[in-house]
Design a protein around this ligand. Structure first.
Ligand code: 8GP
Length: 670
């Protein structure tokens, strides 16, 4: 008895938080799907998700000597209490073998219980071993394709199985009872799989099956970066899934007929065959009923450039559904203190109906002190965590800036590095006498084969080393790179932050969802007119946020004018910051990372011009914005008011709003 009591006492309930981070996604795209599942269950909508039950999720990140080290994320090492293994069995046929699969259901609780069904291969473990296997080799690419077909086929098989159970083999009601949203191009082969099964196993004509597919599927595009738009070599499809190749070719033929008489440009742009490959995006846009972008500006870009020709042929197909986040996780769960303050101020109605958060607009002046108190509590909690995890001491009176997101050149963590270096140089030469004590928190994972991204992580850590250890400046300026940024870390960083850094090159961040999480927790946005930042400041007021840098049109202009970063290097601090990559100020341990980053900015590379993310175009205005923030923060109450007005206007960025729009306008479910 005594022994047992002792054992019970040793269990730290917070340990379970870590276990929950089954990182079966990579970044915003996967996390968005999780928010959607939560919202649908809470709005009583029958929305189910399909995925692969990877043995290892996204790698765990360790930082050793400033460098990223990847470790397998064995999320099931303590078992998997979150899902139930079902008795359902499936077979997926590849050219070389039949793979047997089973399903695990993860219940999604709300007003109803929906499910996330995760498939596992019983006799082909490599399919489910890793999320995003290394696909730089041919074998890697084949494995990735196998994963995608595995998921697509099983999702479709499951939909058909449910339908047939209730309706028999008459597919006349299938379209009325089913809608499927393709989350990016990864599951696009589901379109072909549905046609294949309906024609091969249920004897429907190709035409009938095609029309069913056309009405069932819709597609969400999450990026316009060309390298992320999947194209599969025709040869590879033929080798791995020959039956699917037959279906794609019939779709190609159908598209040709449909576009007879159209402009050559339109026929070429929209063609599913591009070079020797099939374009998954073009396949999706051609077949799907609706195609959506994830923020207003992103959807405009889809209509005006990426899918311009499609938009001319099918003018009502492309629609916008601005992303959202679930306030149940990103406010109620992660910021109990702020949630209670909101309850006290406007009542609890907002917890049921997020649009009621709007009422806070009339009350901000009366709760400035209470809000500051809440922020301070959240800062102290974060600081404890940083001490524990990163062994760094931060003082709670600092203004906290955070840039936490996947590491990518277009997100411009490098721009933040140069901005920080300018602050540092100017404090050192006393052209800046002092600044409000601040800390810049970075968190990011770099894709294992993305060497520049890894170089940027090392660069941030080198800068942290320099400034944190400089007694002349470190009472004012500190930099922290948190290791293994993940959902549970985000739940601590976001509520504590004052400023959300969203500094992507205009036009390239489809939406962003971190920006919304920060807004809902009372951080002002310091960012460019990109993605959902635009709608955020439209809603919360330009005057309550800090917008800088070139707009989409100005970036286009700069490209037209043959942008040359050299013309923007007149400021000696910028030059010095750039030179620090190669002048020995910092060490990349002889890995050549920094020289490569330097070259990418100054001379470009075989596949791009110098500074193709326009870092030096926006650096000056970024520094000016940050200096203005540091200055404004000295009037803590006035700054708190800006922060509160962001919270009060965050209701439009709830995924409850987004999912309602999908349900009504895309899936047409009541
Ligand atoms: C992300 C976008 O980068 C981000 O702006 C957006 O908020 C998020 O999707 C949710 O819509 N896109 C991706 O993560 C992405 O495109 N990943 C590529 C592997 C497809």
């Amino acid at each position: 008895m005594k022994k047992q009591e002792k054992k019970t006492k040793q269990i730290d309930i917070n340990a379970f938080e870590e276990i929950e981070d089954a990182a079966l996604g990579n970044g915003g795209l996967g996390r968005l799907a999780a928010c959607f599942l939560d919202s649908a269950a809470n709005l009583n909508l029958p929305l189910h998700g399909y995925g692969i039950r990877f043995k290892y999720g996204l790698f765990k990140q360790k930082i050793e000597n400033g460098l990223q080290v990847e470790i397998n994320d064995d999320w099931q090492s303590f078992g998997d209490p979150w899902s139930i293994k079902t008795t359902d069995k499936y077979v997926v046929s590849f050219a070389d073998k039949d793979v047997h699969a089973v399903a695990y259901d993860m219940p999604i609780f709300g007003k109803r219980v929906n499910r996330l069904r995760l498939f596992e291969a019983e006799d082909c473990p490599e399919i489910c071993e890793y999320l995003y296997p290394n696909d730089s080799t041919f074998e890697g690419k084949v494995l990735r394709l196998k994963q995608e077909y595995f998921l697509s086929s099983l999702g479709v098989q499951d939909m058909i199985r449910n339908y047939v159970k209730n309706n028999g083999n008459d597919f006349s009601k299938f379209v009325k009872l089913n809608a499927a949203q393709l989350n990016d191009t990864h599951p696009v082969l589901a379109i072909c799989e549905l046609i294949r099964i309906l024609t091969n196993e249920y004897n429907l004509s190709f035409s009938k099956a095609f029309n069913i597919s056309r009405q069932v599927f819709s597609y969400t595009n999450h990026t316009i970066l060309l390298e992320a738009l999947e194209c599969w070599p025709i040869e590879t499809i033929e080798k791995v899934i020959p039956e699917i190749k037959v279906i794609i070719d019939r779709i190609v033929k159908r598209q040709k007929n449909e576009l007879l008489g159209f402009d050559k440009r339109i026929v070429n742009d929209t063609s599913i065959i591009q070079g020797n490959s099939y374009s998954m995006a073009n396949l999706a846009v051609y077949v799907c009923r609706k195609v959506n972008g994830v923020a207003k500006i992103h959807t405009e870009i889809l209509k005006e450039s990426l899918f311009k020709s499609f938009n001319e042929v099918y003018p009502n197909k492309i629609v916008n559904k601005t992303n959202g986040i679930t306030q149940r996780r990103w406010l109620q769960l992660c910021n109990n203190e702020l949630s209670s303050l909101i309850d006290k101020t406007i009542g609890k109605e907002w917890r049921e109906d997020i649009s009621k958060l709007d009422k806070l607009n009339d009350n901000v002046d009366s709760i400035l002190d209470d809000f500051i108190e809440v922020k301070n509590i959240k800062k102290k909690q974060l600081i404890e965590e940083l001490k524990k995890k990163e062994n760094i001491d931060i003082n709670a009176n600092r203004i906290i800036f955070a840039q936490v997101k996947r590491l990518h050149e277009y997100k411009r963590q490098l721009l933040s590095c140069f901005m920080i270096l300018e602050l540092y140089y100017r404090l050192k030469d006393h052209s800046l006498k002092s600044i409000t004590p601040c800390v810049f928190i970075f968190g990011a994972k770099a894709a294992p084969s993305y060497l520049r991204a890894k170089g940027i992580i090392k660069f941030i850590n080198e800068i942290a080393n320099l400034v944190n250890n400089d007694p002349e400046t470190n009472s004012m300026l500190k930099v922290v790179f948190v290791s293994n940024y993940c959902v549970s870390y985000a739940e601590k960083i976001i509520p504590a932050s004052d400023v959300s850094l969203q500094v992507s090159t205009a036009g390239l961040e489809a939406s962003g969802t971190g920006n919304m999480k920060f807004m809902m927790n009372g951080a002002v946005t310091c960012g460019t007119m990109d993605g959902a930042n635009i709608e955020i400041v439209e809603k919360a007021g330009l005057e309550n946020n800090y917008i800088f840098g070139a707009t989409v049109d100005e970036i286009a202009q700069a490209k037209n004018d043959n942008y040359n970063p050299n013309n923007y290097l007149n400021n000696p601090y910028h030059k010095k910051a750039l030179q620090s990559l190669i002048d020995g100020t910092f060490s990349d341990d002889g890995l050549g990372y920094f020289k490569e980053l330097y070259d990418s900015l100054t001379t470009g590379a075989s596949w791009h011009k110098p500074d193709h993310y326009f870092v030096f175009l926006d650096l000056q205005s970024y520094v000016d914005s940050v200096l203005k923030i540091l200055n404004d923060y000295n009037d803590r109450k006035a700054f708190a008011k800006k922060q509160l007005l962001n919270i009060a206007n965050a209701y439009d960025f709830s995924s409850d709003r987004t999912i309602k729009e999908y349900a009504e306008e895309i899936w047409e479910i009541k």
